[in-house]
Design a protein around this ligand. Structure first.
Ligand code: GGG
Length: 343
């Protein structure tokens, strides 16, 4: 099957990461005959400067006619770009894995967890007003929103170590977090083969540092998930390795967890792995959606090649303690894909 992939390069380090990721996708096209047509679309701060809008209609149209989108980080316009796209395409599940890698400092050796963050509600809905010397934000949590994210987390846990912890703060936010916790408990009953527990978000933040290896799938609301996923990324070596998927029933956008890192932009030293692993998540999602074994193989090849290149330890970017350039690391991963495939 031929896939049209919308590519948003984004701001800051985004274009450099995208260039490295394209090396990997080209290699997969060559060796597996993967049919990916990349269609470029603009969004973000630079797009705003150039065209007066951070998310042009043309970009939305490109996304609408594509099978999936691969997106680099954007800067100050994140709320007008990714937060808006999540709502527009109803991408309700933000899936953020964090796992230990070889040769990368990790708080514990065997961390392998996934944060499943509700992606369309909560304080990120954008219901905020300012009047006189006060400001107000509305935290919208719906039963439907809680049900579908809980089901997503339990279904994922069934394919992993069968443990879900729902993270909330229902002792203080009794109504909004109360609804989330109550709904997760109800959905848990549909999955008797998955162990279910709950944690307050402050305790979860502490346990992510104290005993991160205990976590399998964490399901939580939007803002808590945003914060905890940066923490989880750091626990396993930093945001440079952290991919994410924004998944809906019909469409999905894949992007690094991090922002656009303007302090290192243009130097060619950003770690491309967060975007490369986001591309792997994209291929895994396409594989499941279209029952496409070739995409699944491509996804696995990327993950395997990333692990092998980290193991090798010769081409590491400065965030990983090396001095390799973004494109060199990308090129080595692309080469490694060929080596694995021909071995
Ligand atoms: N600290 C990570 C970062 O800046 N991520 C980009 C961001 O804030 N994206 C919005 C979101 O994930 O909700």
């Amino acid at each position: 099957m031929r896939y049209q992939i919308a590519l948003i390069r984004g701001d800051g380090i985004g274009p450099e990461q995208a260039e490295a990721t394209l090396l990997i996708l080209s290699r997969l096209k060559e060796i597996l005959g993967l049919e990916l047509e990349i269609v470029e679309a603009e969004a973000g701060d630079r797009c705003m400067e150039r065209s007066g809008t951070p998310l042009p209609d043309e970009t939305i149209q490109i996304l609408r006619s594509s099978h999936a989108c691969l997106k680099g980080p954007v800067g100050e316009t994140a709320a007008d770009v990714i937060v808006r796209l999540r709502q527009m395409f109803d991408l309700y599940a933000n899936v953020r894995p964090a796992r230990s890698f070889p040769n990368v400092p990790s708080l514990k050796p065997k961390i392998d967890l996934v944060i499943v963050r509700e992606n369309t509600e909560d304080l990120y809905k954008g219901y905020e007003w300012e009047f006189d010397d006060a400001a107000i934000g509305i935290r919208l949590i719906t039963k439907r929103g809680c049900e579908r994210i809980a089901r997503y987390a339990f279904d994922l846990a069934k394919r992993r170590r069968r443990r879900v912890v729902a993270v909330h703060k229902a002792n203080v936010m009794r109504i909004t977090c109360g609804l989330f916790a109550r709904t997760c408990r109800e959905i848990a009953k549909e999955y008797p083969d998955v162990a279910y527990s709950e944690m307050y978000v402050d305790a979860a933040a502490m346990d992510l540092i104290r005993r991160p290896e205990q976590f399998d799938v964490i399901v939580t609301t939007n803002m808590f998930g945003d914060i905890l996923s940066d923490e989880a990324a750091q626990v396993v070596g930093g945001l440079g390795l952290a991919p994410a998927a924004n998944i809906g029933d019909n469409y999905a956008i894949f992007e690094p967890v991090h922002g656009c890192a303007p302090d290192i932009a243009g130097k060619g030293i950003a770690n491309p792995i967060s975007m490369i692993l986001s591309a792997s998540m994209m291929l895994e999602w396409l594989a499941a959606k279209h029952k496409d074994e070739k995409c699944l193989k491509a996804s696995k090849l990327i993950s395997e090649a990333v692990v092998k290149v980290l193991e090798e330890g010769k081409f590491l970017t400065p965030d990983l303690g090396g001095n390799a350039k973004t494109l060199k690391l990308g090129a080595r991963i692309a080469e490694m894909i060929g080596q694995i495939e021909s071995s």
